[in-house]
Each structure stands twice: as C-alpha cells, then as structure tokens.
Design a protein around this ligand. Structure first.
Ligand SMILES: [Zn+2]
Ligand SMILES: [Zn+2]
Length: 390
C-alpha cells in the first residue's frame, strides 16, 4: 500500500474534525487553487503540508494528512485532480454544460466511494478511521445537492455514528440536529431515511444515559421501519435490539428478554429462508463444481452489511442468554441455531458445526423440541459441504 508523501507522528487526530470551507469552483477561472489561503482538508486550519501525489490537497500537519490518507484520500487522491484543477476557458455554452455535467458526475462518484468507505469502517468498529471519509461524503454532497438537501442525511448519520464511536457525543448530537432539521423540512422524506434518523437519535440518547428519550426515538424507529419494510423485517429487528439493550441497562429484564426473543426470531426466520433457498439451488444443480457454485448460490444471499449486523446482534444476544442467572435452554439453542446458519452461509464451516452441535446438545435436554430436526438437518448440510479453500 502506498503511503502519503511525508509521514511522521502517531497518526492520531489531534483536534476535532470540521469541514474545511467549501471551495466553490467556477468554470473558466482558477477557483479552488488560487482562491484564498490553502486550508487543511480535515479541520480547515492553515494548510502547511501538501499531498505529494495530487499536489492539490493540503493539511495543517502530518497527523491530519495520515488520518485522511488511511480513511479516504488514498482512494480519491487521483480522482480529485480533474475536480480541483481549474478548467480552461470554455468557448461554447455546450462545452460549459458538458464540463459541469462531468464535474457533477465525478463528485457523485466520490460521494459513493467516501460513503462506502466510511460505512465499512463504522461496521468494522473503526470509527476514527471513518470520520474523514464521512466528512468527504458530506462535503461533496453539499457541493452537489446544496446544504439543506435530504441527500445529506446519510452523511450526517455516518458522521454521528462515527463520532459516537470515538466518544464525541456532543459532536454527534450536532450532526444529528442537522439531519433532523433537514428531515423536518422535507415533507416527502422517505420512511427509510426517517427510521435511520430515529435509530441514530435513539442510540445517541442511550449513549448519554437519557433512556426515556432513547426509547421514544427507538420506538419511532421500529414504527417507521415496520411501515417501510414490515413488522418482521430485519430492518425492524435493529430497533427492537437497541430497545432491548436500553431495557437491559435499566434492569427491566422481562421486557428486555421478550425483545431479544423477537430479534432472535426475526433473524432465525430470515436465515432459515436463506439456507433453504441455498439448499434448493444446490439440489437443482448437483453437477456444479464446488468452486463455481458459491458464486452462483450467493447471488441473492445476504449483503455484507446484513451479515455484519447479524453477527454482531446474534453474538450479543447469545452472550446475554449464556450469562443470564436463569438459563432458558430453548432460547439459547435458538440463538445458537441462528448463528450456526449464519456461519454456514458465510462458509465458516468449523464454526457453524461447533455452534450447531451446541444447539443440538441443548435441544436434546428439552422434551421433544420441534427445532431438533431442523438443527440436525443443518449439521448434515454442513458436513456435506466441501471444505472451502481459503
Ligand atoms: Zn487539520
Ligand atoms: Zn492527494
């Protein structure tokens, strides 16, 4: 992996990130490079260090340069050149129009890249690394769509999530207020966006210890998600999970338990459908070689984000089930079964087998459990699968 040009220091982000002033770019003049003093890409302070590759991006110090490089600049360094280099005078109206269209296209491409980079860091728990990428997503979205567009909401939510992850709750609240303000001013804002906003607001309140407010937002999240995706959808289950965690922290175990059961049931049903769908495909094409079949099979399977969420949520529920003072073997077996299916679909067969066997062991202690057969069938399926090469 190439490194940023000059590099020294710990790489830690020493001061809070805030967007540098937007460099408005006009066609036919040198705006963006000659307009005003050079500003740090991350914090907007005076730029003293320049990226040696694109030669167009400035930083206040090497720490901010390194932070930006790791998060997003490595991926967009060369893409910024056509965006930040002033265009020559364009003669015709047609050429001007074409130039603007190209610019917007490139900016939208960077928004997508920055967005997915930030999302990836956040789901991997690397919140500090997510911040510069999320900031770029916001900055370019603002340039393309304007500062009060609903298109900015995903970037604000990512920034809030990353800020919460690094413990900057006040900053997270500020980003969320921006998102909330935009959503309130957008009467036709989609349910999906509103549900995500309420989820983030709920998580932020929970992090601050404001449980009542957190539950209010999470209940809204569940209502909006179930209106958009259905009551038993995995989108809705996230809201239930976070509500359960708040009740758990309040020591209201009865409500927490029943919500954890709801979450488990939703994922269990979803994973069971996925396993059955895959089984059918495998049965219909027994001649397929083990190396091509995985690609074929995974066509309509879980997305990476769904897989990451399922892993996080189900493992958290398992831990709570296993540490509960009063054991509920049926509930624990159900989480284990769901996790075994998840690892089976992710082709982590040893882990799938281990958890499947654990579930089977618990179910055998119970009087005639209907899941016994399904778990045994899964274990057979796991054993029939050729070990996947790394
Ligand atoms: Zn800086
Ligand atoms: Zn660069």
């Amino acid at each position: 992996m190439p490194r940023p040009a000059p590099s020294a220091g710990s790489g830690s982000v020493s001061h809070p990130l805030r967007p540098a002033p937007y460099r408005k770019r006009r066609l036919g003049n040198a705006a963006g490079t000659l307009e005003g003093p050079r500003r740090c890409e991350l914090c907007g302070a005076a730029g003293r260090v320049r990226c040696g590759r694109c030669r167009l991006t400035y930083y206040c110090d090497v720490d901010h340069q390194k932070a930006d490089w790791v998060s997003i600049h490595e991926r967009i360094c060369q893409l910024l050149i056509p965006i930040r280099t002033p265009l020559p005078f364009l003669l015709s109206e047609k050429e001007r129009k074409h130039g603007m269209e190209q610019l917007v296209k490139r900016q939208k491409y960077i928004i997508d890249l920055a967005h997915s980079a930030a999302r990836e860091f956040v789901s991997g728990g690397k919140h500090k690394e997510a911040l510069p990428a999320a900031l770029h997503a916001l900055r370019f979205s603002t340039e393309v769509y304007g500062s009060d567009s609903v298109q900015l909401v995903p970037a604000y939510l990512l920034l809030a999530e990353a800020s919460m992850g690094v413990g900057q709750l006040l900053q997270a609240s500020k980003y969320l207020s921006q998102a909330e303000w935009i959503v309130l001013r957008t009467p036709d804002c989609s349910l999906a966006v509103q549900h995500k906003l309420h989820r983030s607001l709920g998580l932020c309140c929970a992090a601050k210890g404001n449980f009542e407010q957190a539950l209010y937002h999470l209940a809204n999240d569940v209502y909006l998600a179930s209106s958009a995706f259905g009551l038993k959808s995995i989108e809705t289950s996230g809201g239930y999970f976070h509500m359960a965690s708040v009740f758990f922290r309040q020591n209201k175990m009865d409500v927490a338990n029943s919500l954890y059961t709801e979450v488990t049931d939703i994922w269990h049903a979803f994973l069971l459908r996925s396993v059955q769908a895959q089984e059918q495909v495998l049965q219909s094409r027994p001649e397929t070689s083990p190396f091509t079949e995985d690609k074929e099979v995974s066509k309509d399977s879980m997305t990476e984000a769904q897989q990451a969420e399922a892993t996080r949520v189900l493992n958290a529920v398992l831990e709570i089930r296993e540490q509960a003072p009063e054991q509920q073997p049926g509930e624990t077996a159900r989480v284990l079964h769901a996790l075994a299916m998840l690892y089976y679909l992710a082709l982590d067969l040893p882990k799938a087998r281990e958890l499947g066997l654990k579930a089977l062991g618990l179910l055998k202690q119970l009087p005639r459990h209907e899941s016994l057969e399904t778990v045994a069938r899964l274990l057979k399926l796991i054993d029939s699968r050729p070990a996947c090469p790394e």
